[in-house]
Design a protein around this ligand. Structure first.
Ligand code: NI
Length: 406
């Protein structure tokens, strides 16, 4: 970077490969703290998305508002070259901040505890940096999505025509990551985050007097058998090398000591790190629920609610991130094929529709960062220039490849 910086200074032409200027970073920190002080929940990011749209317009970009609710997409097109999408999430969490910071949330019961204020800022700063550069060619779609936390804002943007309106060859997103050192990055050639589904099972028995069980069909006994059977799916039917969790978290039945209830319900969640395991587990749950109760004279039905899919990187795109990061941060600061997280992320929907990669940026400074979703969480502003350089490095890699092809 030093060499590149000197070259650009000598030519007096701003290059998008330069480190972002300190004045841009000062401005970006101010945006970030303003977003932090004014957090908004999923699909209610009205102030945030308006600020984002106005800033993007002030950089000279074409801006489309209202993509998937409060989503915003801005496009930079210069000359020829591939079209690449870069994505940030804008929403906050429904929780009370207790950080005591000068820029703490001014909205009661709402805070940026996941650093999406920082993601939004990184992408804005990248947009400004690219707009000011004279040597960028190609097309970038800057995607600011609503409702990552629980509202599947990425899916809504896709349903609203994101990839048809803004065709792109690949899409990239990042998340700040406590537990990784600042200046380091982690990316996998496959899964980064788990799928997250829930299920509701209804056991239909037949109510009776507790002293005369022969007159009914006890759904509680069936339910306990079924819970035991469900535990064999991960332990006996899925390879120990495939990560998956099936947790039964609620059982409800009965109202009195002397009544065998008519029905019982079982609820729980399934997390997986592969699309194949996810669909196989769903099939196995359905088979057990449809067949096991009948051996007891009962019937069972199951309803799945699919949450976010597996956040599954395209291997070639992940390799690109790895190589770009190694050149910018040093190979020793890049974690490749690292342990995935069993939490979920709705960038997964974009990765289902378009090749791309999602990576983690280390958030631990001199002191370890607080965990994500902590009531005193505050995005580490030192990550802003790192994120800008990485996004620009990814774009540069496409530009270099397209020059070679022509
Ligand atoms: Ni997050």
């Amino acid at each position: 970077m030093q060499r590149l910086k000197r070259t650009a200074e000598n030519n007096n032409m701003p290059s998008f490969q330069d480190a972002p200027t300190s004045s841009l970073m000062d401005q970006a920190c101010a945006w970030r703290r303003d977003f932090h002080a004014h957090p908004e929940l999923g699909y209610h990011e009205h102030r945030t998305s308006e600020q984002v749209a106005r800033l993007l317009e002030s950089f000279g970009l074409t801006v489309t508002r209202g993509v998937g609710g409060t989503g915003v997409v801005a496009t930079l097109q210069r000359g020829t070259g591939p079209a690449i999408g870069l994505r940030a999430d804008m929403d906050a969490l429904p929780m009370q901040e207790n950080s005591g910071l000068a820029h703490a949330s001014t909205h009661d019961g709402c805070m940026h505890a996941c650093g999406h204020d920082g993601h939004t800022t990184v992408l804005l700063a990248t947009a400004q940096h690219l707009c000011e550069a004279t040597d960028f060619t190609g097309t970038v779609h800057f995607i600011f999505q609503p409702a990552e936390e629980t509202g599947a804002g990425a899916r809504r943007m896709i349903e609203d025509g994101l990839f048809e309106q803004f065709p792109m060859q690949a899409v990239y997103g990042l998340h700040n990551w406590p537990g990784l050192r600042q200046g380091s990055l982690a990316v996998n050639p496959g899964a980064m985050m788990a799928s997250q589904d829930t299920f509701n099972i209804l056991i239909q028995g037949s109510g009776s007097h507790a002293a005369m069980p022969e007159n009914g069909i006890d759904p509680i006994v069936v339910a306990t058998q079924l819970v035991s059977a469900l535990q064999t799916i991960v332990s006996r039917r899925i390879s120990p090398l495939d990560a998956a969790v099936l947790s039964v978290t609620m059982i409800e039945a009965g109202t009195a000591y002397n009544v065998i209830p008519h029905t019982a319900t079982i609820r729980g969640t399934v997390r997986c790190l592969s699309r194949d395991v996810r669909s196989r587990i769903q099939e196995m749950i359905a088979t057990m629920v449809n067949t096991l109760p009948s051996a007891f004279g009962a019937t069972g039905t199951v309803a799945f609610r699919e949450g976010y899919p597996v956040t599954q990187n395209d291997p070639a795109c992940a390799e690109r991130v790895r190589d770009v990061a190694a050149s910018i941060l040093g190979a020793e600061n890049v974690r490749w094929d690292t342990r995935a997280s069993m939490a979920s992320e709705d960038f997964a929907y974009m990765l289902q529709s378009c090749p791309g990669a999602y990576f983690w940026l280390g958030a631990d400074g001199a002191e370890a960062s607080r965990p994500l979703h902590h009531p005193a969480y505050d995005f580490n502003d030192a990550l802003i220039p790192v994120g800008v350089r990485l996004f620009c490095g990814i774009l540069k890699s496409y530009q270099a490849a397209s020059v070679h092809q022509t």
